[in-house]
Each structure stands twice: as C-alpha cells, then as structure tokens.
Design a protein around this ligand. Structure first.
Ligand code: ADP
Length: 192
C-alpha cells in the first residue's frame, strides 16, 4: 500500500483537499488530531511528557494545555523536547494505522512534514499551494483571528516555496485551476 503525505502552509487548503480525498474513499489521517489524541490517551507518551515537564502537565487526568503551552512558548529547547516526544509517537501510530487500512493508498495530512523528517515515512508527498496573501486572508477568516496572529504562525513555518519544491505533486489552490479536477486526476494516478 502506498503512503501519501499531504502538506501545505496554514490556510493553503490542505484540510479541504484532505476532505475531498476522503470523499473519494481514501483513508485519511490528520496528524494534528492524532498528536492531540495521543498526548491525551497514550500511556507511554503521557508518562514521558510528565517526566520531562512535571506532573503539572496533567491535571485531573487531562492534558494541561495552558501549562504546556506556557512551558514551550518562546522556548525553543522545550519545544524541541516536546516535539521529540510527540513526533515519534505520532509516526508510530500512523504507520500502524496505515497497515490496517484496506485501500490502494492512504493519506496523512500534516502542516509539519519536512521539518520533523516524517516525510521519509511516506512514499509520495503532495503539496497544496496558495500564495501568502490568500493563505493569510483565508486563515484570518476561518479562525476569526487578526492579521498579526496569523502572520506570526505563518512565519514560523518552513518557507512555502521550499516546501513545495520537495513535494512530488502540487495541487494549486489559488483560484487558477479546479481543485476538484486536480484531486480526481491525482487520485486516478495514485490508484495506479
Ligand atoms: P489548512 O488546513 O491548510 O490550514 P483549510 O483547508 O482549513 O487550510 O482552508 C483554510 C480556509 O480557507 C477554510 O475556511 C477553507 O474552507 C477555505 N478555503 C480553502 N480553499 C478554498 C477555496 N478554493 N475557495 C474558498 N475557500 C477556500
């Protein structure tokens, strides 16, 4: 079975594109949701997070998000440590998940791929492309957030051109081509 990664910057439309693949019957795993789920429910990951960040990382059995956010905010080392725990757990989970699927190919959607090295687990990478200004506008509208808040998140991500240059296929979501037609064509190709 082929493992395909789907990535793109904030507001590029990767969730929307993932939904289209899902509608075509392709099993889709959302890495962000998986990571959040594992931080909450994976016993080993919980233990590791508590060991590194202290017992306060969990409160009444639930992940103490505000505490963890305050620990990693503006602290590169702590953020690296947290990612070093969460990324391998997410990769292991998604590999096991992929093996269980009955389909010609599966899709893993994530904002971060090349940054964490998890693209190496994939057979092919798809990039969803939209220019900066359009991504900014879409994300502001979706999250009901201000320009500065979204820009701060965007500027932390890998440069979009570099990200796209490392993908095998690109879906243009900038209004120039039909996204549905592109997804249908790619689905046909990936089914082989
Ligand atoms: P990402 O997951 O890459 O951050 P989303 O798929 O959530 O991006 O898209 C960002 C926002 O833009 C969403 O509200 C989505 O519905 C909207 N959007 C994405 N692509 C288009 C498009 N081609 N036309 C109109 N709205 C779009």
């Amino acid at each position: 079975m082929l493992k395909v990664g789907l990535t793109g910057g904030i507001g590029s439309g990767k969730s929307l594109v993932a939904e289209l693949f899902s509608l075509l019957g392709v099993p889709v795993l959302h890495a962000d949701d998986t990571a959040k789920y594992l931080m909450e429910h994976d016993a080993r990951l919980r233990q590791e997070i508590s060991r590194v960040f202290g017992e306060e990382a969990y409160q009444n059995g639930r992940l103490n998000r505000p505490f963890l956010a305050s620990m990693v905010f503006g602290n590169e080392e702590k953020l690296r440590q947290l990612n070093g725990l969460v990324h391998p757990a997410t990769i292991a989970y998604s590999n096991a998940w992929a093996q269980k699927q009955q389909a010609p190919y599966v899709l893993k959607e994530a904002a971060i791929f090349f940054e964490s090295g998890s693209d190496k687990e994939m057979d092919k990478m798809i990039g969803v492309y939209a220019p900066y200004s359009l991504r900014l506008q879409r994300a502001m509208q979706r999250d009901n957030a201000g320009e500065e808040a979204i820009k701060a998140r965007m500027d932390k991500q890998m440069n979009e051109e570099e990200k796209m240059s490392r993908c095998d296929h690109i879906i243009r979501n900038d209004g120039t081509l039909s996204v549905i037609e592109q997804v249908l064509a790619l689905d046909k190709l990936l089914r082989g």
